[in-house]
Design a protein around this ligand. Structure first.
Ligand SMILES: NC(=O)C1=CN([C@@H]2O[C@H](COP(=O)(O)OP(=O)(O)OC[C@H]3O[C@@H](n4cnc5c(N)ncnc54)[C@H](O)[C@@H]3O)[C@@H](O)[C@H]2O)C=CC1
Ligand SMILES: CC(=O)C(=O)O
Ligand SMILES: [Mg+2]
Length: 534
């Protein structure tokens, strides 16, 4: 027998000194030795492949450090560069060329009947980065990592999907390493036929699955939500998840702002800078909330002003896109208002929400104007990733002399201003979709109803501890996300029961405390099946 044969048949021995240090510390040191976000992302991706349990253990124990790598902002870099950093298949690509046999492609995914949650993107609007085509897969993977870490969904029941339908971004079509099909995106007719086949095939192959649509371009985001939501178990994260998370933060922020001003929640006026899937999704969620407070829909709608790249959206504007019509103002008859400062002077908003993808759109002049109109202005620059955020946290604090109530889409660190510590909120749908998904899966809800989304939002806003309230936070600390997801799931299950869409009726007889315990007991824990040393 040759030496080469001997060495290939003997299992490699792990030298005992490898265990002198906790391997988690070794992995963290390796992670921290990487100098760029993208290198850290690649490192974590490799760790997940080698040892998924350890990967999630590290993510849970070091959330504030690791989530911004797996998710926004760094996942944006990963998507932008995905064709170049690709190592191995780690999700399901369904290409436009698979039309006619999509179910066969779905059957190649290894989890079959046990699949519970799929995040599906077509890569056409990844964060605020535009049409990234097949490079969009990491957004589905990152969202599912949050389902696993944040809600305790079992990793083996998740399905990350990127629909590879082409791209209209020429730079990718010209890139020899581009991973997707080299063609422009289909027209509506071709895409509709593909999507109909896709959603039917999903239901056939994965009968218990919840589908989260993610980062579709705005028209298609609304289109496929409207087409599928009453027939299938689906929701759109950018419209509904964002609506819920921002409503939740708004409720807490508006309380702080109203307390300072001596006004009521009903007195708020909200200006949306950006009127796409996210902006309009949030605006609709706010209308629904104001009606819960007793306002008529018409009066609730009057509280909302929307702005797009052409300025304040008014009903007399020609060729308005469908999704902008509902909020178009009928009470402004002057010349078009295009400058944000002029719009603010006209509207006098108490809250300014940015979902525009325009970096630094909330200039010093804008922020100071908001502070001059409000004792505690609510300013939420929600565009992702950080490179597209409408205003940095430190600037917002300095320009309002510390009075701002702030939440951004991507994370900022706490800061010190004139000797006082200030802590930002992160208004990101990551606080909602894990719990919304968990509640939907456990109740086996046939559909995701409006009330399930709304109750998720209200449960999140009610989840602040006294300490978090005392620190003027509008969202709970991310490190508590598992417990918060369980509380949200409880509210979602109850809403599903009220709407009579829960196919699992066993939970109906349980008290809230008992149900919460059941939900927590279902949360997957990393590390349960691994060697205690690792
Ligand atoms: N924080 C969170 O949880 C979430 C944040 N987002 C972020 O929101 C942003 C927008 O997403 P979508 O609504 O889906 O995109 P979109 O492209 O549909 O909407 C962008 C909107 O901004 C407007 N806009 C563009 N340039 C403008 C300008 N110069 N002045 C005023 N308005 C301008 C557009 O007209 C459009 O109405 C993205 O950056 C995305 O990452 C989206 C979902 C969730
Ligand atoms: C957070 C998210 O879903 C987005 O920026 O698109
Ligand atoms: Mg999104």
């Amino acid at each position: 027998m040759s030496l080469a044969t001997v060495s290939s048949t003997v299992a490699p021995q792990i030298p005992p000194y490898l265990f002198n240090t906790d391997h988690r510390q070794r992995c963290l040191a390796q992670l921290r030795s990487k100098t760029t976000g993208l290198e850290k992302y690649i490192y974590l991706n490799g760790l997940k492949e080698r040892d998924p349990s350890l990967f999630y253990e590290l993510a849970l124990a070091n959330m504030l450090e690791i989530i911004p790598i797996l998710y926004t902002p760094t996942v944006g870099d990963a998507c932008s560069n995905y064709s170049h950093i690709w190592r191995r298949p780690e999700g399901l690509y369904i290409s436009i060329e698979n039309k006619g046999h999509i179910r066969d492609v779905l059957r190649t995914w290894h989890v079959g009947d046990s699949a519970r949650i799929a995040v599906v993107t077509d890569g056409s609007r990844i964060l605020g980065l535009g049409d990234l085509g097949a490079n969009g897969l990491p957004i589905s993977i990152g969202k599912l990592d949050l389902y696993i870490a944040g809600a305790g969904i079992k990793p083996t029941t998740t399905v990350p999907i990127c629909l590879d339908l082409g791209t209209n971004t020429q730079k990718f079509l010209d890139d020899p390493l581009y991973i997707g099909v080299r063609r422009k995106r289909p027209d509506t007719e071709e895409m509709d036929a593909f999507m109909q086949e896709f959603i039917s095939a999903m239901e056939e192959v994965f009968p218990q699955l919840l589908v989260q649509f993610e980062d579709f371009s705005t028209d298609n985001a609304f289109r496929y939500l409207d087409l599928f939501r009453s027939k299938h178990r689906v929701f759109n994260d950018d419209i509904q998840g964002t609506g819920a998370v921002v409503l939740s933060g708004f409720i807490n922020a508006a309380k702080l702002s109203s307390q300072a001003a001596g006004t009521r929640l009903e007195d708020h006026r909200i200006l949306f800078f950006g009127a796409g899937s996210a902006g309009i999704g949030v605006a609709k969620q706010l209308v629904s909330f104001f009606t819960l407070l007793g306002l008529t829909e018409e009066d609730a709608k009057k509280k909302i002003y929307t702005v797009d790249s052409k300025g304040l959206i008014t009903a007399d504007r020609k060729g308005l896109q469908e999704h902008k019509i509902y909020f178009a103002r009928t009470d402004y008859n002057g010349p078009p208002l295009t400058r944000l400062t002029d719009i603010i002077k006209y509207v006098k908003p108490t809250a300014l929400l940015g979902l525009s993808t325009i970096r630094n759109a909330f200039s010093e002049e804008v922020v100071r104007l908001m502070a001059s109109l409000n004792k505690r202005p609510v300013i939420f620059p929600l565009s992702n990733p950080v490179s597209l955020c409408e205003v940095d946290y430190a600037d917002a604090v300095a320009w309002t002399n510390g009075s701002v109530v702030f939440a951004s889409g991507s994370p900022y660190k706490p800061i010190e201003f004139e000797g006082k510590k200030y802590e930002p909120g992160q208004g990101n749908n990551m606080y909602i979709f894990p719990g919304l998904g968990l509640g939907t899966i456990l109740s086996k809800a046939r559909h995701v109803t409006d009330s399930m989304v709304e109750q998720a939002s209200i449960a999140l806003s009610a989840s602040l501890t006294k300490e978090e309230k005392d620190a003027d936070l509008v969202y709970p600390r991310l490190t508590r996300i598992r417990d918060i997801s369980a509380e949200i799931a409880l509210a979602v299950v109850r809403a599903a029961q009220k709407d009579d869409v829960d196919e699992n009726t066993l939970f109906r007889s349980l008290s809230d405390n008992a149900l919460l315990e059941v939900i927590k007991s279902k949360q997957w824990q990393p590390g349960a099946h691994r060697s205690p040393r690792l």
